[in-house]
Design a protein around this ligand. Structure first.
Ligand code: BGC
Length: 739
């Protein structure tokens, strides 16, 4: 048995910042003797957690269920003792070898809020929405591995990643942190990313549970939605992500759902998550989302970022509630046991020392993801890829000389200490933190590297007339259109801000060969679309985004991204033209009626027969793909097999999509399967997808079960949600499935 290595002793041995971080981070598992029953690695995480929980004193239990922020958020704040510095911290219990929980944001990489770990940088992945656009869960998994590995190398063992809320509104400020509008796609992609993080012995969260689909008044919005609608949409996305990724924790959200705060929502947390879904991990609050002690009874297991709440509810008040019998002591045991269980399950007690990180390899994962998630929206006359004959190219706007845009808020990654950050300002608590950050991967530089013989100029676009004058002299123009989105703020509308729509229109008039590269958090409306032959949606493309954009423009990469969200013609095609809660004072609770139910995005467009600007699933390639030989088998569920052929002249990747079009009850548009295939010219492959029965069923509120009607089901294998595709059908038997 080794003697306990005290934090002080480890700090004294640390000779550098990195060593200090590692010293603070290493689990103090050596403190416990190897004769302790919970150290028996042949027992399950449940058994070990149950044994260890019994050894805790009541105060130790309490110490596990709440904790502070671990950043300097308010002037005068100090880091909690033992904290590495990140989003949050829960102290360990050295006596029993329980490591501290060092919690960092988020899905796109390990963040360094307020430079709390001076000079520390991490790999920045593209936005989660771009990852969803890859339609490739393997890439999402690889991205998760990068994030998990980099977290662990710093001693961070809880990664606040796994955003899976559905994009109900294209103006949603955090849509870029989520994985689109479809439950199957979002759940699969977010689940794969979570799995990647957990594979590195780091707990991943899944967030923000639930129906937290707008940022406007996010602390006061009361989401009103029927049980069946949420089960078939947002909750289904969470359920699929949970089954796929097995996250150790779930972060409940700020908003209310049907009248009860999400973090104190007995129905969501106890009935659905822990009851129906049998979730064994723990629920942590979002930072500042706890309103009272009895949230513990409603299913919340841990109060996070407690300085942001009115009280440390899960400290002294919870102790008092247990002492006076208003909250059973068994509940506190359950809370701490759940936390320990996730720590055991992820290997926080048993995993070996921190890994070494290959930043170049991780940057390559980020580049690969970007290259597969960039979407070629329009390519009239095959203007792209750029012709080798283009000698005079003008690039305009978007700070494309500095780097690529990233989204703001808690998910913001510092990939380079010198990355350009432009203060955005504004009102409110977040104003001082609002900065447009550009990862240092300049598309201008990347294009110059790839086209050494071309004359490439850059114009900032500040004076449209001057940019237009230069545009007339160029063979072609590449104009960047940026929409910076951030946590806490929804877009006011779907335009490109700061007059960029007008700039693009001016350039397109000056030079008919004007290519638009969008860097947006989600959908925008493109009033200039008719004037421009080519448009690329590059989203927030991460720390290698400039290279990936240049590769797509030059054809070094054949684009294969597909839209994970509908791009509408107008916000009027959505159910709430005015953002609910807009202009209301803080503190005033307001209702958001999700009357569209589970018909989000393309499903509602199909129901109302609306045409999108670009539909969900859309994405062009420099080659073409054809679908044939569609065979559908029925019975219990649908199995659809089909042939995909690359009918064009270059190799490429395709994301064939299988939609349900008609069920016994009537027309219903729903993605029931997808794949990502890579094919050489002329090559074919056969794809088979088997539908998850929940996607073919409706959730019955009376029985609390999924009901699948017996009868004929029509499907199509299609390029996007508006493509009629190649059709087939089969008959299914009626079925019932537990929630
Ligand atoms: C965000 C969470 C984040 C937390 C900690 C909150 O404001 O909503 O997504 O994990 O802060 O930084």
């Amino acid at each position: 048995m080794k003697p306990t290595s005290s934090i002080a002793a480890r700090l004294a041995r640390a000779t550098s910042v990195t060593a200090l971080i590692v010293a603070l981070a290493l689990p103090v598992a050596a403190a416990a003797t190897d004769t302790q029953p919970w150290q028996n690695t042949s027992l399950s995480a449940d058994q070990r957690a149950a044994l260890l929980e019994k050894a805790l004193t009541p105060d130790e239990r309490l110490s596990l269920v709440h904790g502070p922020m671990a950043m300097i958020f308010f002037p005068g704040m100090k880091l909690p003792e033992g904290a590495i510095g990140s989003a949050g911290f829960i102290p360990g219990i050295p006596r029993l070898g329980i490591p501290a929980q060092q919690e960092s944001d988020a899905s796109l990489g390990v963040t360094n809020p307020g430079n709390v770990r001076p000079g520390d940088t991490a790999t920045a992945l593209p936005s989660s929405l771009l990852l969803a656009a890859t339609f490739n869960p393997d890439l999402a998994f690889k991205g998760g591995v990068v994030v998990g590995q980099e977290a662990r190398s710093r001693g961070i063992n809880v990664q606040l990643a796994g955003g899976v809320n559905l994009a109900r509104d294209p103006r949603g400020g955090r849509n870029f942190e989520y994985a689109g509008e479809d439950p199957l796609l979002a759940g699969t992609i977010a689940g794969a990313a979570i799995k990647g993080i957990e594979s590195q012995h780091v707990i991943s969260t899944m967030k923000h549970f639930a129906i937290n689909d707008q940022e406007t008044g996010r602390n006061f919005a009361n989401s009103i939605i029927s049980e069946s609608a949420m089960r078939e949409s947002d909750l289904l996305a969470f359920q699929i992500a949970l089954e796929t990724g097995q996250p150790g924790s779930v972060m409940c959200s700020y908003n209310l759902v049907n009248g009860a705060y999400a973090c104190g929502n007995d129905h969501l947390l106890n009935t659905v998550l822990k009851g129906d879904w049998g979730y064994k991990g723990y629920v942590m609050s979002d930072w500042g989302a706890v309103k009272s002690t009895d949230f513990a009874v409603k299913g919340l297991d841990q109060q996070s970022g407690e300085q942001l709440d009115k009280q440390v509810w899960f400290g002294a008040p919870l102790k008092a509630a247990i002492d006076n019998g208003s909250i059973p002591a068994a509940r506190l045991s359950d809370m701490s046991r759940r936390i320990l269980r996730s720590m055991f399950a992820a290997g926080l007690f048993d995993s070996p020392a921190p890994v070494t990180v290959d930043r170049a390899a991780n940057a390559e994962v980020s580049r690969q993801a970007a290259a597969e998630g960039i979407v070629l929206l329009k390519n009239e006359g095959n203007l792209l890829p750029l012709a080798a004959t283009a000698k005079n190219i003008l690039i305009v706007g978007g700070h494309a000389d500095a780097g690529v845009l990233s989204g703001g808020g808690s998910s913001q990654v510092t990939s380079d200490v010198n990355q350009v950050a432009i203060p955005v300002g504004g009102e409110g608590m977040m104003a001082a933190f609002n900065r447009m950050n550009f990862h240092t991967s300049s598309p201008v530089k990347a294009l110059k590297d790839r086209l050494p013989n071309a004359n490439i100029r850059f114009d900032t676009g500040r004076y449209p007339a001057e940019a237009a004058r230069k545009a007339k002299e160029a063979d072609l123009v590449i104009v960047f259109g940026n929409q910076w989105m951030a946590e806490g703020d929804d877009a006011a509308d779907l335009s490109l801000p700061d007059g960029q729509d007008a700039l693009i229109a001016t350039l397109a008039e000056a030079n008919p060969h004007t290519i638009v590269v969008l860097q947006t958090g989600g959908a925008v409306t493109m009033p200039w679309l008719g004037k421009t032959p080519a448009v690329i949606e590059a989203w927030y493309s991460g720390q290698k985004g400039g290279e990936a954009i240049a590769d797509v423009l030059t054809g070094a990469v054949n684009p294969s991204g597909h839209l994970p969200v509908t791009f509408p013609q107008s916000i009027d095609q959505y159910p709430r033209a005015t953002m609910p809660g807009l202009g209301l004072p803080d503190g005033q609770v307001f209702d958001v009626h999700y009357d569209e139910g589970s018909d989000i995005g393309y499903r509602r467009f199909a129901k109302l027969n609306q045409k999108a600007l670009f539909p969900f699933g859309h994405g062009l390639s420099y080659t073409q793909f054809a679908y044939s030989d569609v065979k559908v088998t029925g019975g219990k569920t649908l199995s659809v097999s089909f042939k995909v052929t690359n009918t064009g002249a270059v190799a490429g990747k395709d994301a064939p999509q299988v939609y349900l079009d008609q069920a016994p009850g009537g027309a219903v548009k729903r993605l029931i399967g997808f794949s990502k295939v890579s094919l050489a010219p002329g090559e074919s492959t056969t794809v088979t997808v088997t539908a998850d029965q929940r996607l073919l069923s409706r959730f019955d509120e009376k029985t609390g079960q999924w009901l699948q009607a017996g009868g004929q089901y029509n499907v199509s294998v299609a390029h996007d949600a508006e493509d009629a595709g190649v059709t087939g059908s089969a008959t299914l038997v009626a079925g019932i499935r537990k929630p």
